[in-house]
Ligand binder design. Structure first.
Ligand code: ZN
Ligand code: ZN
Length: 263
Protein backbone atom coordinates (compact mmCIF):
# COMPACT_ATOMS: atom_id res chain seq x y z
CA UNK A 1 0.00 0.00 0.00
CA UNK A 2 1.29 3.44 -0.91
CA UNK A 3 -0.17 6.52 0.78
CA UNK A 4 0.13 10.03 -0.62
CA UNK A 5 -0.98 12.73 1.80
CA UNK A 6 -2.03 15.79 -0.19
CA UNK A 7 -2.02 19.18 1.51
CA UNK A 8 -4.71 21.39 0.01
CA UNK A 9 -3.38 24.63 1.55
CA UNK A 10 -6.99 25.87 1.76
CA UNK A 11 -8.51 27.91 4.59
CA UNK A 12 -10.01 24.79 6.20
CA UNK A 13 -6.57 23.12 6.23
CA UNK A 14 -7.86 19.89 4.61
CA UNK A 15 -5.69 16.88 3.92
CA UNK A 16 -6.72 14.68 0.96
CA UNK A 17 -5.23 11.23 0.41
CA UNK A 18 -4.49 8.81 -2.36
CA UNK A 19 -4.12 5.17 -1.35
CA UNK A 20 -2.66 3.02 -4.12
CA UNK A 21 -1.91 -0.61 -4.91
CA UNK A 22 1.80 -0.83 -5.68
CA UNK A 23 1.21 -3.69 -8.11
CA UNK A 24 -1.62 -2.38 -10.30
CA UNK A 25 -1.45 1.40 -9.74
CA UNK A 26 -5.16 1.53 -8.93
CA UNK A 27 -5.91 4.18 -6.33
CA UNK A 28 -8.64 5.30 -3.97
CA UNK A 29 -8.99 9.01 -3.20
CA UNK A 30 -10.07 9.92 0.33
CA UNK A 31 -12.15 13.13 0.49
CA UNK A 32 -10.61 14.61 -2.69
CA UNK A 33 -11.82 18.18 -2.20
CA UNK A 34 -8.87 19.51 -4.15
CA UNK A 35 -9.58 17.27 -7.13
CA UNK A 36 -6.99 19.07 -9.25
CA UNK A 37 -4.17 18.38 -6.83
CA UNK A 38 -5.34 14.78 -6.40
CA UNK A 39 -5.54 14.20 -10.15
CA UNK A 40 -2.14 15.79 -10.71
CA UNK A 41 -0.60 13.63 -7.99
CA UNK A 42 -2.13 10.48 -9.47
CA UNK A 43 -0.95 11.38 -12.93
CA UNK A 44 2.58 12.11 -11.74
CA UNK A 45 2.75 8.66 -10.17
CA UNK A 46 1.02 6.82 -12.99
CA UNK A 47 -1.92 5.84 -10.81
CA UNK A 48 -5.56 5.43 -11.89
CA UNK A 49 -8.18 6.64 -9.42
CA UNK A 50 -11.01 4.10 -9.46
CA UNK A 51 -12.73 4.87 -6.14
CA UNK A 52 -13.55 7.87 -3.97
CA UNK A 53 -14.17 7.42 -0.26
CA UNK A 54 -15.95 10.18 1.64
CA UNK A 55 -15.31 9.80 5.36
CA UNK A 56 -18.50 11.81 5.96
CA UNK A 57 -20.99 14.12 4.32
CA UNK A 58 -19.51 17.57 5.02
CA UNK A 59 -18.92 19.71 1.99
CA UNK A 60 -15.19 20.18 2.64
CA UNK A 61 -14.90 16.39 2.17
CA UNK A 62 -17.37 15.77 -0.67
CA UNK A 63 -16.95 18.98 -2.68
CA UNK A 64 -14.49 17.42 -5.13
CA UNK A 65 -16.59 14.35 -5.96
CA UNK A 66 -18.34 15.68 -9.02
CA UNK A 67 -15.21 16.84 -10.83
CA UNK A 68 -13.30 13.72 -9.80
CA UNK A 69 -16.02 11.39 -11.09
CA UNK A 70 -16.22 13.40 -14.32
CA UNK A 71 -12.47 13.04 -14.82
CA UNK A 72 -12.03 9.40 -13.80
CA UNK A 73 -15.40 7.62 -13.64
CA UNK A 74 -14.48 6.61 -10.08
CA UNK A 75 -17.15 5.06 -7.82
CA UNK A 76 -18.23 7.03 -4.75
CA UNK A 77 -18.21 5.17 -1.42
CA UNK A 78 -19.44 6.47 1.94
CA UNK A 79 -21.35 5.44 5.06
CA UNK A 80 -24.66 3.87 4.07
CA UNK A 81 -26.54 6.45 6.17
CA UNK A 82 -24.98 9.29 4.14
CA UNK A 83 -26.94 8.16 1.08
CA UNK A 84 -29.41 11.07 1.16
CA UNK A 85 -26.66 13.61 1.81
CA UNK A 86 -24.02 12.68 -0.77
CA UNK A 87 -25.23 12.90 -4.37
CA UNK A 88 -24.20 10.06 -6.67
CA UNK A 89 -23.12 7.61 -3.98
CA UNK A 90 -22.44 4.19 -5.54
CA UNK A 91 -21.75 2.08 -2.47
CA UNK A 92 -23.04 2.43 1.08
CA UNK A 93 -20.66 1.08 3.72
CA UNK A 94 -21.24 -0.50 7.08
CA UNK A 95 -18.92 -1.59 9.90
CA UNK A 96 -16.59 -4.45 9.00
CA UNK A 97 -16.94 -4.13 5.22
CA UNK A 98 -13.74 -4.35 3.23
CA UNK A 99 -12.74 -2.04 0.38
CA UNK A 100 -10.25 -3.52 -2.06
CA UNK A 101 -7.83 -1.45 -4.12
CA UNK A 102 -6.10 -3.32 -6.93
CA UNK A 103 -4.62 -6.62 -5.87
CA UNK A 104 -2.78 -5.75 -2.69
CA UNK A 105 -4.75 -3.27 -0.57
CA UNK A 106 -7.64 -4.04 1.74
CA UNK A 107 -9.21 -1.40 3.93
CA UNK A 108 -11.59 -2.23 6.75
CA UNK A 109 -14.49 0.15 7.36
CA UNK A 110 -15.02 1.33 10.92
CA UNK A 111 -18.39 2.90 11.73
CA UNK A 112 -17.28 5.89 13.80
CA UNK A 113 -20.15 8.23 14.78
CA UNK A 114 -19.61 11.42 16.75
CA UNK A 115 -18.41 14.16 14.39
CA UNK A 116 -21.41 13.23 12.28
CA UNK A 117 -23.64 10.18 12.60
CA UNK A 118 -22.57 8.81 9.20
CA UNK A 119 -18.79 8.81 9.52
CA UNK A 120 -16.45 6.08 8.30
CA UNK A 121 -12.80 5.62 9.29
CA UNK A 122 -10.67 3.29 7.18
CA UNK A 123 -8.27 0.89 8.81
CA UNK A 124 -5.49 -0.56 6.67
CA UNK A 125 -3.99 -3.78 7.95
CA UNK A 126 -0.74 -4.53 6.15
CA UNK A 127 2.88 -4.29 7.19
CA UNK A 128 1.93 -1.39 9.36
CA UNK A 129 -1.64 -0.54 10.38
CA UNK A 130 -2.88 2.87 9.27
CA UNK A 131 -6.05 4.79 10.11
CA UNK A 132 -7.69 7.33 7.80
CA UNK A 133 -9.83 9.10 10.34
CA UNK A 134 -11.53 12.05 8.61
CA UNK A 135 -12.83 14.48 11.22
CA UNK A 136 -13.11 11.95 14.06
CA UNK A 137 -9.54 11.98 15.35
CA UNK A 138 -7.09 14.78 14.59
CA UNK A 139 -3.42 14.98 15.47
CA UNK A 140 -3.53 15.96 19.14
CA UNK A 141 -7.30 16.50 19.04
CA UNK A 142 -10.82 15.30 18.32
CA UNK A 143 -13.51 16.38 15.88
CA UNK A 144 -16.24 18.78 16.94
CA UNK A 145 -19.89 17.78 17.07
CA UNK A 146 -21.51 21.01 15.86
CA UNK A 147 -22.83 19.91 12.48
CA UNK A 148 -24.82 16.73 12.87
CA UNK A 149 -22.73 14.97 15.51
CA UNK A 150 -22.96 14.03 19.15
CA UNK A 151 -20.25 14.14 21.85
CA UNK A 152 -21.47 11.02 23.66
CA UNK A 153 -21.15 9.03 20.41
CA UNK A 154 -17.72 10.56 19.81
CA UNK A 155 -16.57 9.43 23.25
CA UNK A 156 -17.89 5.97 22.58
CA UNK A 157 -16.03 5.83 19.23
CA UNK A 158 -12.78 6.87 20.93
CA UNK A 159 -13.14 4.47 23.85
CA UNK A 160 -14.54 1.41 22.13
CA UNK A 161 -12.73 1.60 18.78
CA UNK A 162 -9.84 4.03 18.37
CA UNK A 163 -8.22 3.44 21.76
CA UNK A 164 -8.08 -0.29 21.00
CA UNK A 165 -6.06 -0.05 17.79
CA UNK A 166 -2.41 -1.16 17.76
CA UNK A 167 0.03 1.39 19.20
CA UNK A 168 2.03 1.60 15.97
CA UNK A 169 -1.05 2.57 13.88
CA UNK A 170 -0.27 5.54 11.63
CA UNK A 171 -2.79 8.38 11.91
CA UNK A 172 -3.98 10.18 8.76
CA UNK A 173 -6.58 12.83 9.69
CA UNK A 174 -8.77 15.03 7.48
CA UNK A 175 -7.28 18.36 8.58
CA UNK A 176 -4.03 19.85 9.82
CA UNK A 177 -4.87 21.28 13.23
CA UNK A 178 -1.87 19.99 15.17
CA UNK A 179 -0.42 23.28 16.42
CA UNK A 180 -3.74 24.60 17.71
CA UNK A 181 -4.55 21.23 19.27
CA UNK A 182 -1.18 20.98 21.04
CA UNK A 183 -1.83 24.43 22.48
CA UNK A 184 -5.15 23.14 23.84
CA UNK A 185 -3.43 20.09 25.29
CA UNK A 186 -1.02 22.43 27.11
CA UNK A 187 -3.90 24.61 28.29
CA UNK A 188 -5.43 21.48 29.84
CA UNK A 189 -2.18 19.83 30.94
CA UNK A 190 0.54 22.48 31.28
CA UNK A 191 3.14 19.92 32.46
CA UNK A 192 2.83 17.69 29.37
CA UNK A 193 6.53 17.62 28.43
CA UNK A 194 6.02 15.93 25.06
CA UNK A 195 3.42 18.50 23.94
CA UNK A 196 5.70 21.32 25.19
CA UNK A 197 8.59 19.96 23.15
CA UNK A 198 6.50 19.52 19.99
CA UNK A 199 4.54 22.77 19.91
CA UNK A 200 7.29 25.13 18.63
CA UNK A 201 8.24 22.66 15.90
CA UNK A 202 4.64 22.11 14.82
CA UNK A 203 3.91 25.85 14.74
CA UNK A 204 6.40 26.18 11.94
CA UNK A 205 5.91 22.83 10.21
CA UNK A 206 5.29 22.76 6.47
CA UNK A 207 1.94 20.94 6.18
CA UNK A 208 2.98 19.69 2.74
CA UNK A 209 5.47 17.50 4.64
CA UNK A 210 3.40 16.97 7.74
CA UNK A 211 4.44 14.78 10.61
CA UNK A 212 2.51 11.48 10.57
CA UNK A 213 1.79 10.50 14.15
CA UNK A 214 1.08 7.09 15.64
CA UNK A 215 -1.57 6.06 18.13
CA UNK A 216 1.22 5.73 20.72
CA UNK A 217 2.20 9.37 20.19
CA UNK A 218 -1.46 10.46 20.26
CA UNK A 219 -1.78 8.85 23.69
CA UNK A 220 0.98 11.20 24.88
CA UNK A 221 -0.11 14.47 23.26
CA UNK A 222 -3.85 14.20 22.62
CA UNK A 223 -5.86 15.34 25.61
CA UNK A 224 -8.83 13.25 24.42
CA UNK A 225 -6.76 10.11 25.09
CA UNK A 226 -5.50 11.40 28.46
CA UNK A 227 -8.72 11.10 30.42
CA UNK A 228 -7.12 9.62 33.54
CA UNK A 229 -4.14 12.01 33.72
CA UNK A 230 -3.94 13.53 37.21
CA UNK A 231 -3.08 16.96 35.88
CA UNK A 232 -5.86 16.91 33.26
CA UNK A 233 -8.34 16.08 36.02
CA UNK A 234 -6.87 18.64 38.43
CA UNK A 235 -7.22 21.42 35.82
CA UNK A 236 -10.69 20.24 34.86
CA UNK A 237 -11.84 20.48 38.48
CA UNK A 238 -10.72 24.11 38.51
CA UNK A 239 -13.18 24.77 35.68
CA UNK A 240 -15.88 22.44 37.05
CA UNK A 241 -15.58 22.39 40.87
CA UNK A 242 -18.57 20.06 41.17
CA UNK A 243 -16.62 17.18 39.59
CA UNK A 244 -15.57 14.36 41.94
CA UNK A 245 -11.90 13.56 42.71
CA UNK A 246 -11.89 10.74 40.21
CA UNK A 247 -14.41 11.48 37.49
CA UNK A 248 -15.10 8.68 35.02
CA UNK A 249 -13.43 8.83 31.60
CA UNK A 250 -16.64 9.68 29.77
CA UNK A 251 -17.31 12.69 31.98
CA UNK A 252 -13.74 13.94 31.47
CA UNK A 253 -14.02 13.52 27.70
CA UNK A 254 -17.34 15.38 27.49
CA UNK A 255 -16.08 18.28 29.62
CA UNK A 256 -12.90 18.53 27.53
CA UNK A 257 -14.94 18.53 24.32
CA UNK A 258 -17.11 21.25 25.78
CA UNK A 259 -14.12 23.40 26.79
CA UNK A 260 -12.51 22.95 23.37
CA UNK A 261 -15.69 24.29 21.72
CA UNK A 262 -15.25 27.61 23.47
CA UNK A 263 -11.46 27.74 23.52
ZN1 ZN B 1 -16.54 17.39 9.00
ZN1 ZN C 1 -13.65 18.58 7.65
Amino acid sequence: MIVDQIWTANAYRNFNYLIACAETGEALAVDPLDHEKCLAAAEAKGWKITQILNTHEHRDHTGGNHAMVAATGAKVLAHRNAKDKIPGMDRGLRAGEVIKIGKTVELECLDTPGHTMAHICLLAHGDRPALFCGDTLFNAGAGNCHNGGHPVELYSTFASQLAKLPEETLIYPGHDYIARNLAFTLDREPDNAKAQAMLPEMEKQDAAKALVTTLALEREINTFFRLTSRSVIRRLREAFPELPDEPDAKTVFLRLRDLRNKW
